[in-house]
Structures are given as structure tokens and as C-alpha cells.
Design a protein around this ligand. Sequence first.
Ligand code: MEV
Length: 328
Amino acid sequence: MPAITASASAKLILLGEHAVVYGHPAIAIPFSDMRLHVTVEPAILAKPGSLRVISTDMQSDQLFYEMSDDQPIKQMIILLLEYLGIKSIPSCTLRISSQIPLGAGFGSSAALAVGIMRALSAFLGHSLAEKELDQLAYQSEQFIHGRLSGIDTTVIAWEQAIYYQRGHAVEVLKPLNTLHFVIADSGERTPTVQSVAYLAMRLEREETIIKPRFHEIEKQVITAKHALHIGDQQMLGEAMNQNQNILVDLGLSSPMLGKLVSAAREAGALGAKLSGGGQGGALIALTKTETQAELAEALISAGAANVWTTDLPGNQLSFPSSLRRTIP
Ligand code: MEV
């Protein structure tokens, strides 16, 4: 059995995070320059059926059977083997290395699930289609994190820009023009599960205030989708800014994210907002190509822990009919 290497990208939520958990639409894009890699290689000298998992980022080296049942990687592997109907596997070593910061809104856990399932299934001779990867990775995310919308695993499994709403077919988005972004890590960390739980608590106590905000977010997401199609970047940036205002009102931003958003707008961003779970983590800023480098500098000066530039290519994305899965 030859060694297999597979990878999964990070993701960014362009608009609509949190409201998407409650059935509203959101837009997500892959962050293809930031990746997680998984290599599976045969372990010829190891005991039969032994699976070793080495994670360079978490500095861990464990045998599968010694892992506790609540370890996410163990759950991901169990789910995959059950799905494939495989009871015993050839001895192998699974090596994980990732450029994706943990718990910062970049979808590190969804990328881990997709990456592991993609590599291990190929190693076992049962390569999975994107749709299967998406569903399995989502199941593992639910097991680990509880209530989530599924947008992270879908955008990562398909690695395409998507318009996502539970209960509806996923739409691949084809922006008319290439979009230029600057991404920053605020350096602050709140697990997504925690910010989702915070909003759930607020929703319970202040339903009449919070629910209308979700409807406003939905309108912004629809505007952004239209802006992407017609290539109106001003309109897209404005929708992002308005989305950020609501996220601030919902208590999902943070002082550092607020500072970075202001710095981005002062440096010419067409739109800037938090991305993902919030209360720290990632910022996404839409920019013109000529101000991209300057904006990145401005975010570093304002205190960002890390900054990246990335582009979403215009009008080159196909629309595979197989992506028309309906989200339960
Ligand atoms: C996380 O990337 C986006 C959230 O809306 C959670 C989810 O949709 O599962 C905060």
C-alpha cells in the first residue's frame, strides 16, 4: 500500500456567521493558501492493525487504541471506519501538519476532519467524494462541538465559494471579478462552541431583540450574493460593514477586533468584519488590489498577531450538479 498525502484548506465566513446556525443563509469562501496536510504511510514493522497518529502542531504522538474516546481525532477515525465498513486496518502512521491557527475562525477542526478522512479513505482504497467527506466531517463536528450549521465542513470539503442555508441545496458562487482580501488574526481566542453558546443564551433571554437582527443579517447576505454576481465590490464591502455592526451589537466582536476593523477601514478597506465564531479570532477585509499590501501593514501596526493576503478568483468556478446536496 503506497503512502498517501491529502490536504484540506482553511475557510473564511464572508457574511452571515451565527445567523446561519438558526437557518439563515451565509456565504463562505475557501482560504486555499492556508492548509492542513495529512500523510498516511504503511508501518511495516509495527504490530498488525496498529495505527499511530502524529500531530506535529499539537506535538502529540499516540497509538489509536490508547486514545481516549472523547479525542476528536479518534472519533473522526471511528466514524470513517464505520462508514467504510472496515473492522481492521493495515498498520499505518498518520501524520498531521497544519498551517491553520486553532480556534481562530479558520475552520481548523473541520479541516482536520476533512483532511484525515480524505487521506485515510484514499489509503484504504476507498477515496470519498466531496459530498461524503462533507457529511462525515459534519457528523464528527456535531459529535465534538454540538450545535453547528455545517457550513465549515461544506466549504472545506468542496473548496469553493458557497451560499449556504440549512434545508436548501448548496449554491456555488461565481464572483464576477477577482476579490482581494486581507485576513488578520486578532491573536485572541474564544472557541466557536463558546460564542455559539453565548448567543444561544442571549437568544433565549432576548428573543424579540435578537431574532430581528438575524433577519437583517439575512438581507445583508442576499445583498452580498447579488454584489458578487454583478461585481459590485462597494456594495459587497458595505454589506460586510453592516454585518459587522450587527455582530458588534450581538456581543460577538472584541476590543481588538474593533481596533483592527477601524484600522482596516482607515487604510482603505471596502469592507471589514470578524469572520467565524468571533469574540476574537479572524478578521476579513475586502480591498482593492492596489491597497492590499498597505492594508496588511496597517493591520500589523494596529496589533494583529498575523496577517495574510488572499484572492478569490473571478468567474472561474464551475457549478457541479453533484454539489446540490440538501442540508438536513
Ligand atoms: C463558524 O465558522 C460559523 C458559525 O456560524 C458556527 C456555525 O455556523 O456552525 C459561528
